[in-house]
Design a protein around this ligand. Structure first.
Ligand SMILES: Cc1ncc(COP(=O)(O)O)c(C=O)c1O
Length: 326
C-alpha cells in the first residue's frame, strides 16, 4: 500500500492491524507544500512490482494533518486506474471543503476514488465522534460484510429498507450519523458553507497578523487549508542571511539556531499548558524544527481571539527567555 510521507499515522496502524506489517506501507515523498508527488508514486509502484510485490491500495490525503495539503487527486486516480489499484482518499480533515463553492475545487477528482473517509467532527462543528466512509461501489459493503442474520436483518420487517446494519463490520454502535443529520437540518448547506469559508478567512487573518508581528514567521506563505503553521523566533535565533521584511522562514534542525527554536517551541507549549489560557499544537516536520500549528476550528473566533494567540505566545517566550539559559 502507498501513501504520502505526510499522511496520518492511522495508515501505518492500519497496515499493522490488518496483518500486512508496517513495511508494506510505502511512503511517497511530497513537494514543499506537503502534496504527494505523483511521479514518485508511479516509480514506487513500478519498483514494488519489479520486486515481486503486489500493489493494491493507494491512499491520497485531502487536507494533511500538519500543513493541510491536498494531494493531486486526478493524477493519482490515473495511476491507480493504470495499475488497477484501489484508490482511497483520507479526507478526514479536508472533506469539509466540499461544502464551500469557493474551496471545493481542492477536492477536484474525488469522484474518481473507490472510497473516501471524512470526519464531520473536524471543522464542521459536529461533536466527536462522527465519521463518514463513502464507497464508490454500490453493493461492495454488502458483498463483504453481510451475514444476513435473520434475528436482526429480516427482509419483511417494517422499514427494513432503512436498516443498513448488515453492510458494516461492527454490530452495536452509537447513532453518530444522527448528529450530522440534525446539524445539517439546523444549519443547512449554506450554514456549512459559511462555517468553512469563515475558517479560511480566520486562517488568513492569523497569517496576516503573523506577517505584521515581530518575531513570528510562517512555515508556508499560502497553505491550502486553514492550518496555519508558524515559528516564534527571537532575533538572536534568526538564520544567517536573514533579510528584515522576510516573513516566511526555512529553518533546519541540522543548524544550531534551528535546534534552539525546536527547544524553545516545546518549552513555550509546556508553559502554555501550565498557564491554561491557550492550547496550540506543535510538531517538527522532516528537518524543520518544532513549529506551532493552529488548525482553525471555530467559525465564531474573533480577530481579538486570533490576536490573543500571538500575544500569549510572545508573553510566554519573554518569561522563558528572561529566566533561562536558552
Ligand atoms: C488526515 C487525517 N486523517 C485521519 C485522522 C484521524 O482522525 P480520527 O481518529 O479523528 O478519525 C486525522 C486526525 O487528525 C487526520 O488529520
Amino acid at each position: 500500500m502507498f501513501s504520502s510521507e505526510q499522511d496520518h499515522y492511522s495508515l501505518k496502524k492500519m497496515a499493522s492491524s490488518i496483518g500486512l506489517g508496517t513495511k508494506s506501507c510505502i511512503k511517497v515523498e511530497c513537494d514543499e507544500m506537503g502534496r504527494m508527488k505523483p511521479l514518485l508514486l508511479r516509480n514506487k509502484i513500478k519498483e514494488a512490482i519489479s520486486n515481486g510485490q503486489r500493489p493494491f491500495f493507494v491512499n491520497a490525503t485531502s487536507g494533511t494533518t500538519v500543513l493541510g495539503a491536498f494531494d493531486p487527486l486526478p493524477e493519482i486516480a490515473q495511476i491507480c486506474k493504470e495499475f488497477n489499484i484501489w484508490f482511497h482518499i483520507d479526507a478526514a480533515l479536508g472533506g469539509c471543503v466540499l461544502a464551500s463553492s469557493q474551496y471545493k475545487h481542492l477536492m477536484n477528482g474525488c469522484s474518481l476514488a473507490d472510497s473516501i473517509s471524512w470526519n464531520p467532527h473536524k471543522a464542521m462543528g459536529i461533536p466527536l465522534q462522527c465519521s463518514v466512509f463513502l464507497v464508490n461501489h454500490k453493493t461492495i459493503l454488502y458483498d463483504y460484510f453481510s451475514t444476513k442474520a435473520d434475528y436482526l436483518f429480516q427482509q419483511d420487517k417494517l422499514y427494513g429498507e432503512y436498516d443498513v446494519g448488515d453492510k458494516s463490520l461492527q454490530c452495536g454502535r452509537k447513532t453518530d450519523a444522527f448528529k450530522l443529520w440534525l446539524t445539517w437540518k439546523a444549519k443547512g448547506t449554506q450554514g456549512f458553507e459559511h462555517t468553512i469559508n469563515k475558517l479560511f478567512q480566520n486562517a488568513e487573518s492569523l497569517r496576516n497578523q503573523i506577517k505584521s508581528t515581530q518575531n513570528f514567521y510562517l512555515v508556508l506563505d499560502n497553505p491550502e487549508t486553514f492550518n496555519v503553521c508558524f515559528w516564534y523566533v527571537p532575533p538572536q535565533y534568526l538564520p544567517m542571511g536573514f533579510q528584515a521584511p522576510q516573513k516566511v522562514l526555512n529553518l533546519s534542525k541540522t543548524l544550531e539556531n534551528g535546534r534552539k527554536v525546536h527547544q524553545l517551541t516545546a518549552q513555550i507549549k509546556g508553559l502554555m499548558q501550565k498557564r491554561g489560557n491557550l492550547m496550540v499544537a506543535y510538531q517538527p516536520l522532516g528537518d524543520k524544527p518544532n513549529f506551532f500549528k493552529v488548525c482553525m476550528n471555530s467559525p465564531t473566533a474573533t480577530s481579538e481571539d486570533i490576536k490573543f494567540i500571538l500575544q500569549e505566545i510572545e508573553q510566554i517566550s519573554h518569561i522563558l527567555l528572561n529566566h533561562s539559559s536558552l
